[in-house]
Design a protein around this ligand. Sequence first.
Ligand code: AMP
Length: 283
Amino acid sequence: MVTLNNPQMLNEAVAKWRGQGEIIAFVPTMGNLHEGHLSLVEKARQVADRVIVSIYVNPLQFGVNEDFDAYPRTLDEDQHRLETQAVDALFLPTTTMIYPRPPEQTTTVDVPELSTILCGTFRPGHFLGVATVVCKLLHLVKPDILVLGAKDYQQVAVIQRMVEDLFFAVKIITGETVREVDGLAKSSRNQYLGIEERQIAPILYKTMRESVAQVNSSEATLSIIESEAKQALTDAGFNCEYYEFRDAITLSQVQPGDTELILVAAVWLGKTRLIDNVPVTLR
Ligand code: AMP
């Protein structure tokens, strides 16, 4: 694995591989790598000849009161883990490289509507930061395939829209959410959970699975299923931001006739924000 610290080195590596007719897959991350990230690397390996991983904690996607400073940075361990994963290149951009101008002069990418619903309501500017950094990374890396985790469902929708609207010649593939044995979706932020909170946290996914099972097996409407689940989560100690069935493709409110839905949720457990999603087909 080569570690590339500047766009020129990256360009040279990519140009060489492309000249050899090789397919390049790219896995962008913020580091603190866990099995979720590594499953995406594995997926990339299966569909491409070359795999490039980036690690960059993107300040633009964090709100002013969010955890940018506290976000776990574990570059040495990450590098060791990637060495064992047959990754061809690790790209480590710096903030001066990605954002050479002050924030008020920075060109940004806004994906309207999709960026302002669900997580976007509670994290204004978050998806503008995500779309901007992914746009820049795609221009720098120029991959054939972009591998994203379905855990960040709305993020995939936003990036997919940006890729379509800005004519990026890249194919997006998604990897399933990797979970702890008790069902909690793996996340770098899980380490913020206290011991008791860690025991409560799996209730989120358990509740979501129960809600999804109810959809086709009970008379209850979607909104009743949502409000009962929210109450159960509140009773268990969570603070719900949202817990909603949405159209799986557009993420808009469910309309009569929709069959492919996604249950999406964002909750707080103490100072830790957890997100998750579970698909469901209406029968
Ligand atoms: P992050 O480092 O949190 O920005 O995540 C980098 C990529 O890993 C994103 O595409 C995430 O959706 C994906 N990812 C994060 N957690 C998981 C997980 N538990 N399972 C699968 N993919 C994940």
